[in-house]
Design a protein around this ligand. Structure first.
Ligand code: SAH
Length: 244
């Protein structure tokens, strides 16, 4: 009964951006659990069972993974990017609450390269000074809280990274956020749309807030907004390390 559970980040897409630590865990695993497109990134092999599941069942998935580890399986729960950034690590710890037996299990979180850092690297260094990350999905929090946080971050002159900027189920939210940003940061502020970073479909576009439209983002895009000092140099965008 030497079961264990790893919650692993697969990075933004490129196989070269999967850490050696995650690769070793996947090689030792008996079971891989996760959202369908992330499990699809794992090569099938003898002795490995893949358990793809739908997006909205995170707690069920976390409990199923813990139950398998408790039964002696070697389980990797996969997320894209980093598992602690708007992903499965928190769901697993939430499932541990009130479960003292499961709390004794061998559980480890294996970090990965999160989308905003891969995107920032492709663009230059737009997150080179203080920054924050905000999930624009309203699945797990009210839209009013999202807007309040965007206003607070803009007011404190943080650079910002927005995850889940736009989906078919809430096509208007991102337009509203762009309006808030234009009001709080002014029309000249630089905004970078980074789509499918580190995949063959990668596209990086930097424009001003005045030029930005909601259609520039989709669910495969992470959006980076600079601070007041963020500027272009040649084909790059960077934020100086000293305050403006
Ligand atoms: N745990 C993941 C984030 C999951 S939320 C991480 O650390 O990256 C899903 C959101 O992440 C997407 O809507 C998009 O905003 C962003 N994202 C994930 N992979 C991406 C990629 N390769 N390129 C651009 N954005 C990406």
């Amino acid at each position: 009964m030497n079961g264990w559970l790893c919650i692993a980040g697969l990075g933004p897409g490129d196989a070269n951006l999967v850490t050696p630590e995650v690769t070793l865990a996947l090689e030792a695993a008996t079971d891989v659990v996760g959202y369908i497109p992330y499990v699809a990134r794992i090569a099938p092999r003898a002795g490995l069972t893949l358990h793809p599941s739908d997006n909205r069942v995170e707690m069920d998935r976390a409990r199923a993974a813990l139950a398998m580890a408790a039964a002696g399986r070697r389980v990797v729960v996969v997320s894209s990017g980093d598992p602690g950034v708007f992903a499965m690590a928190s769901a697993v710890f939430e499932a541990l609450e009130g479960m003292p037996t499961w709390q004794q299990l061998d559980i480890r979180v294996l970090p990965g390269i999160t989308a905003m850092l891969a995107a920032a690297a492709s663009a230059g260094a737009p997150l080179g000074h203080d920054f924050c990350a905000i999930n624009l999905s309203d699945n797990l929090k009210p839209a009013s809280l999202i807007e309040a946080r965007v206003r607070a971050a803009a007011g404190a002159d943080f650079a910002m990274a927005f995850y889940n900027p736009r989906s078919a189920s809430r096509p208007d939210t991102f337009g509203r956020i762009l309006a808030v940003l234009r009001e709080a940061c002014g029309p000249g502020r630089l905004i970078t749309f980074a789509r499918a970073v580190s995949t063959p479909q990668e596209q990086i576009h930097t424009v001003t807030l005045a030029e930005a439209t909601p259609e520039m983002a989709d669910m495969r895009t992470v959006v980076l907004v600079g601070n007041a000092a963020t500027r272009r140099v040649g084909r790059f965008v960077y934020t100086p390390r000293s305050a403006a």
